[in-house]
Design a protein around this ligand. Structure first.
Ligand code: RTP
Ligand code: MG
Length: 141
């Protein structure tokens, strides 16, 4: 199996709920290693740039407003099949449809305030990690 990296964001709702540690425990329990990490309060320009792929979507404005509503915790995760493993841990985008025991089922309120972001493919993971972390701040281990 391939060792991959993925970009994860603990969104403002989950940071406000004080569950950063519980979410990190789930990453570690699934064999994912935190190889880069920092807290940030994103500017509008940073959030718009990060979600540029969704620019034409009706939910884009609300998504950006939500992502700049408070601090977020940003991390790169590394492990076997890290992208799919993280998406499995996260659960469905809409927490009402997320499987029991997933991060979104346990901590998310709504499709907007849905606790976490995770990259969806190797190409987007590489772009998203580089968006937040210079190579010198990613510590492969
Ligand atoms: P993410 O990118 O945050 O990991 O979530 P995702 O892949 O599961 O969902 P995606 O389709 O990439 O959408 C990005 C974020 O936009 C919000 N969204 N709202 N109101 C809506 O219909 C709607 N659809 C998506 C969600 O917060 C989603 O995480
Ligand atoms: Mg997505």
């Amino acid at each position: 199996m391939a060792i991959e990296r993925t970009l994860s964001i603990i969104k403002p709702d989950a940071v406000a709920k004080n569950v950063i540690g519980q979410i990190y425990s789930r990453f570690e329990g699934a064999g994912l290693k935190v190889v880069a990490s920092r807290m940030a309060h994103l500017s509008r320009a940073e959030a718009e740039g990060f979600y540029a792929v969704h620019k034409a979507r009706p939910f884009f404005k609300d998504l950006v407003e939500f992502m700049i509503s408070g601090p977020v915790m940003i991390q790169a995760l590394e492990g076997e099949n890290a992208i799919a493993v993280n998406r499995e841990l996260m659960g469905a985008t809409n927490p009402k449809e997320a499987a029991a025991g997933t991060i979104r089922a346990d901590f998310a309120e709504s499709i907007d305030a849905n606790a976490v972001h995770g990259s969806d493919a190797p190409e987007t993971a590489a772009v998203e990690i580089a968006y937040f972390f210079p190579a010198s701040q990613v510590f492969s281990r």
